[in-house]
Ligand binder design. Structure first.
Ligand code: BTN
Length: 327
């Protein structure tokens, strides 16, 4: 019996009792083995009641990430989910799996990352119990230059998921941050392996980190101004499992029609930079003031510089200049 097989049966029967004898029969183990495994799941945070003559009952309010818990909500047939309690970084680990031949659709979700990575060599704060840190392996038949579309469709998938689960609108800050009420609730980092001769992708790993809840004690001081969470401090039934499943389903759906760019309008409509005075930030260069005019269909940011030049920017980051002059 694996822990996941037991969990899968408990999830199938969430909020109803299933007897120890039935579990033991279905899993071909003794009732004692079932009980030991149940104790272990409780230790991990699953809310499992037990009542004499009735058996065990998993509460659907348990908000622990598990493969069975996510698969319960997942609709897409070609996603295989693995969940780890703690990893260095889901991107780093999934890239190793990709190099070893893991198939497209392999998803790695973690409760905690000890070396979560962000853009531009930054770290990504990934405490346990409150976030969803996931990476999805894709093997697109596209040129590396089109990889930016993966990040863009991931941003829309996250925005739509958090909106449908919370009922609050989300915004997108070019190119890859998802915000709620002006605070960053999600960061996205896409890394790829490229065939230098053809310029085509071997594979891409899309890494998504969502702050679902505010961590106990709040965000660290250096993040407090900028970081937010989709919900407050209290979660809900299987909230993070539903979040992971919704994001993976939507992302896979968009990915399968990547070239149609059905996510383009959803991306543009949620943009917080359009029409605003901004600073273009490129490592090693001074910030460049500009006006954000548009996002083209390749997800480049169309800007007007102070001398009136129009530029399509496809790398770097931007910050909004509050009250800065328009030009
Ligand atoms: C950013 O905002 O700079 C991007 C953050 C990306 C974080 C996610 S969490 C899952 C995946 N694993 C990582 O180490 N990073 C990405």
């Amino acid at each position: 019996m694996t822990r996941d097989e037991l969990l899968a049966i408990l999830w199938e029967n969430a909020d109803t009792y299933i007897s120890g004898a039935q579990l033991a029969r279905r899993l071909s183990v003794s009732r004692t083995a079932v009980w030991k495994q149940i104790e272990q799941l409780r230790g991990e945070g699953y809310l499992i009641e037990s009542v004499t003559n009735k058996g065990y009952r998993l509460s659907s309010r348990s908000d622990v990430l598990s493969a069975a818990g996510i698969e319960r909500y997942l609709e897409h047939p070609n996603i295989r989910v693995q969940v780890r309690r703690s990893v260095s970084s889901t991107i780093t680990v999934l890239k190793e799996q990709a190099e070893a031949g893991a198939p497209e659709g392999t998803a790695l979700v973690a409760e905690e990352q000890t070396k979560g990575r962000g853009r531009m060599g930054r770290s990504f704060y990934s405490p346990p119990g409150t976030g969803v840190y996931l990476s999805l392996l894709l093997r697109p038949d596209t040129a590396a230059a089109e990889a930016v579309a993966l990040t863009a469709c991931a941003a829309v998938a996250v925005a739509e998921s958090v909106e449908s689960l919370s009922g609050h609108p989300a915004q997108i800050k070019w190119i890859n941050d998802v915000l709620m009420d002006g605070k960053k609730i999600c960061g996205i980092l896409t890394e790829a392996s490229v065939d230098f001769e053809s310029g085509m992708l071997h594979y891409a790993v899309v890494g998504i980190g969502i702050n679902v809840l505010i961590p106990p004690g709040g965000f660290p001081p250096e993040l407090q101004d900028r970081a937010g969470a989709v919900f407050g401090t209290n979660g809900g039934p299987a909230l993070r499992c539903r979040m992971a499943a919704a994001v993976l389903d939507l992302l896979m759906g968009y990915y399968e029609r990547l070239g149609e760019k059905t996510y383009y309008e959803g991306y543009k409509q949620r943009s917080v930079v359009l029409g605003r005075p901004i600073l273009l930030l490129t490592p090693g260069h001074d910030p460049v003031p500009a006006q954000a005019l548009d996002i083209d269909r390749d997800f480049a940011l169309v800007v007007r510089l102070a001398d009136g030049t129009i530029r399509h920017v496809n790398s770097g980051e931007v910050s909004i200049r509050p009250g800065g002059p328009d030009f």
